[in-house]
Design a protein. Structure first.
Lengths: 181, 181
């Protein structure tokens, strides 16, 4: 943040406000404190019988790799509405949601993922503007090395394990920065 | 948003960027798009035997009413870390977390609540700067009409019901704007 969005001054410092315990973007002209908080990513694991739906990304990051439909939650919507919106935008998919399926924190990029599980109500899916392809995959056909994000890899692995048990439970975890080896 | 935080211009409009489907704070001077997304509130339902811990709010909103410790999730922390931080800040409470317990969307104020359930590890709790009192309550002693927020009321009700069943499950829902009658 270079300028204060309240007063337009460039006197914005990153320092600890009185009574606080961590630095914030603080305007020394008008006194405004600009909080920056984690963002929520909402998405769906769409399935049909023994297959899951994946989208090949048309955009960066990870263009050309496969992912579950997901994106930033918007103001004014519930997380489930946002998850369904993203599924429509990225894959033109119609889904009946079963429930919340995974909750992952990724503190190093300030994100919280809320992934729902839901059954496709038809097979009229098709790539939206952010996808190159949309396809259904059985477990053995999933392009595992080409899954775009660790959170999606984990959610898919949990899903196929739970499917074998016939019992779907909420999965929760924290994804830490990948060690550079 | 009155001024662009990138360039300091006051030419910020609330209009739909090209390729988007909803209005954003858009700077017509430098082209920056300023996204505003929902915020996450993290908290804990702390219990000890058959009692739960509540805090009497020292600050607005709902000053003087009772709530579970919770607050805005910060960048760089996991939701569980944030929940424990808030429990310490508001109640000096030490807690061993059992798991995620309730996930509530409140779309009309652009908030997502992630509430954990956890056992107090001792009774050395005490009011932090945002609390007037911190106390343990049995179900029949909870000041139900003085609970500060509907999400906390719901989470407490679920907890006492689940306690009777001896089985704690994740609760999820959406809280809609209260109808003005």
């Amino acid at each position: 943040m270079k300028f204060c969005s309240q007063c337009g001054s460039n006197a914005v410092t990153f320092s600890i406000p009185k009574g606080d315990d961590r630095p914030r973007h603080l305007c020394s002209n008008c006194g405004a404190i600009h909080y920056i908080n984690p963002r929520v990513i909402v998405g769906v694991l769409p399935y049909l019988n023994d297959r899951v739906m994946l989208c090949k990304r048309a955009i960066e990051p990870r263009q050309g790799l496969w992912t579950l439909p997901a994106g930033f939650m918007e103001n004014g919507e519930s997380s489930e509405e946002g998850a369904l919106r993203e599924s429509w935008e990225e894959a033109r998919a119609s889904i009946r949601v079963d429930g919340l399926y995974s909750v992952y924190d990724i503190p190093y990029i300030n994100q919280v993922y809320l992934m729902y599980r839901g059954e496709l109500t038809d097979t009229n899916f098709a790539p939206g503007p952010e996808s190159l392809e949309v396809e259904l995959f059985r477990e053995e056909d999933v392009p595992w090395p080409e899954i775009a994000f660790p959170i999606m890899h984990k959610t898919l692995k949990h899903y196929f394990e739970d499917s074998k048990q016939g019992r779907y439970q909420l999965h929760r975890g924290v994804i830490s920065r990948k060690l550079k080896l």
